[in-house]
Write a protein that binds this ligand. Structure first.
Ligand code: GLU
Length: 523
């Protein structure tokens, strides 16, 4: 029995039936899949090893045979196929990365804002630092600037603390202790809701409360280990640090957080047996966790991917819990700018006073920006700028999927050729079925009614050849060209005559329809 030809191999093979080793490496890197990605580390090692082996054996080292290709493919079959066939979350990743790099360069010129100064450690950070990282839900990564510098996460810890508490307590129990409503007040305001509970998990009181519900009763050292291990799981095993100086400083200058703690204790808001000192120390520890934007973008991508880490496949949080978390990030994640951010950017995000912003585009990507200068509301100036620029170029706002919305921003989720042709083909099909309603919807989405497929067939050709008068009239009302020629030189009138659709012939003729010979003679 002959073996099935490997279509992936054939797509990349040259005339001598071999694939260039470098070309294969390039496809991965252009797709944003790094050689240190845990899913392909061994694939890249084998690529290198086989090359060395070929050199030592006097064989051709720069090309891959079908059998080596098969072995490489088996290491990570799904990813391998998705990379080589361009079926990843962001199909044109290189172009997307370039556009993000441009945003970075533009925003870098902004030197406005001031460092947080409530603890000395944050004031000592270089104000010009600027890092940006992106990780898609398929693990495509892009970094620029100071993306390997560690910074403390501060309030960006709150979404993770909330998810951990949800995993442990479940929604029904957890939300007996913390609300889901924006407070309308500053993040550390001494205020609770009408039930004497913190307004939501994204402000200090709520995060302190969520912390109290993570492994209550366990020794503080175990709770800390547990949280660190979960951060690491979210980050695909990238290094997660801890800034002890920040922690000690936070603890020393914590009057407001202690006041919040006592206030909640007075209102009997805490679960019984909660030890206030330990609860607050746990909160300060969470704020003092250190990451790079690289790691934080993977954490954000884990959230974008329904709690499943794209690099390892580990299901860290349940998707319904992530949905809860993103809902609250959308309404309460950006301090007193949350409403405006939801309006203008429309992407769930969480900000921290260290100048970090974690952004989650659900089902697409996670992004982390770090730039320590803050605006008067406590958000990173450049961080907010990046978010605004991002949605000015890409359709990432939650409501950018609105029907009828027309603009020239691109949607990086779509392959540009697929979306261009896919829409045209759907439109031609609708025309050939006489489904004017669907045609209208597609036009409302910005589809060009005169567009053609690869055979240069237009919706008008299809309507004419299938005898669909309603489609034909609609197209003519839209003012499409009456005599487009397909690849074989046929006009819609030729199609109608071939099928003997008299009604179509008369409508077309009324509108100046010509046969290809008439048309040709006039050209
Ligand atoms: N450690 C800070 C506090 O509790 C967190 C500030 C923030 O990032 O919002 O005051």
């Amino acid at each position: 029995m002959s073996e099935q030809p490997n279509k992936l191999f054939q797509a990349y093979a040259d005339k001598e039936n071999r694939v260039s080793r470098q070309a294969l490496i390039d496809v991965f890197s252009e797709s944003g899949i790094r050689s240190d990605d845990p899913r392909v580390v061994s694939l890249f090692k084998l690529l290198k090893k086989n090359q060395t082996l070929a050199i030592s054996q006097g064989l051709e080292p720069d090309f891959i045979t079908p059998s080596e290709f098969g072995t490489l493919q088996e290491i990570s079959p799904t990813l391998f196929e998705n990379v080589l066939s361009g079926q990843l979350a962001i199909p044109q990743f290189a172009e997307f990365s370039q556009a993000v790099a441009k945003i970075f360069e533009k925003v870098e010129a902004n030197h406005e804002g001031h460092l947080a100064n409530y603890i000395p450690q944050l004031e000592r950070v270089s104000p010009d630092k600027f890092g940006l990282s992106i990780c898609s839900i398929d693990g495509q990564r892009f970094d620029i600037g100071d993306s390997e510098d560690f910074f403390c996460v501060q309030s960006c810890s709150k979404p993770i603390t909330y998810c951990l508490a949800l995993e442990e307590q479940g929604e029904a129990v957890l939300h007996r202790y913390v609300g889901t409503e924006p407070s309308g007040k500053t993040f550390n305001e001494l205020t609770l809701n009408a039930k004497g509970l913190p307004h939501n998990p994204m402000i200090n009181a709520g995060a302190i409360m969520c912390g109290a519900l993570i492994k209550p009763g366990a020794p503080p050292s175990d709770r800390f280990d547990y949280v660190m291990s979960k951060w690491k799981d979210c980050a695909g095993s990238m290094k997660i640090g801890f800034d002890n100086a920040v922690y000690l400083s936070e603890r020393q200058t914590a009057d407001r957080n202690f006041a919040l703690g006592y206030f909640m204790r007075e209102k009997k808001a805490f679960p019984k047996d909660a030890n206030l000192q330990e609860v607050l120390e746990f909160y300060f520890q969470c704020c003092s966790i250190e990451v790079t934007t690289q790691a934080m973008s993977i954490i954000a991508a884990t959230l974008a991917n329904g709690g499943n880490c794209p690099l390892t496949g580990a299901q860290v949080f349940r998707p319904d819990h992530v949905k809860n978390c993103l809902s609250l990030m959308s309404s309460c994640g950006m301090y007193d700018f949350s409403g405006e951010f939801a309006f203008r950017v429309g992407i769930p995000a969480k900000s921290g006073v260290s100048g970090a912003i974690m952004l989650v585009v659900p089902n697409v990507l996670g992004m982390a920006v770090w730039s320590p200068r803050l605006d008067e509301l406590g958000n990173s100036v450049r961080g907010v700028d990046v978010c605004l620029e991002l949605v000015s170029r890409f359709k990432f706002h939650t409501f950018d999927s609105m029907l009828g919305l027309r603009d020239d921003r691109s949607d990086p989720r779509r392959n540009i050729y697929d979306s261009r042709l896919g829409g045209t083909i759907a439109f031609c099909c609708a025309a050939s079925e006489g489904d004017v309603g669907e045609m209208r919807r597609l036009v409302a989405r910005g589809l060009d009614p005169g567009a053609c497929d690869y055979d240069r067939r237009t919706a008008l050709h299809l309507a004419a050849s299938e005898g669909k008068v309603a489609s034909l009239r609609y197209l003519l009302e839209l003012g499409v060209e009456v005599n487009p020629m397909d690849r074989w030189g046929n006009t819609p009138l030729d199609d109608a005559e071939r099928q003997n659709h008299l009604d179509i012939i008369s409508v077309l003729t009324e509108h100046g329809g010509k046969r290809h010979d008439e048309r040709r003679s006039r050209l």
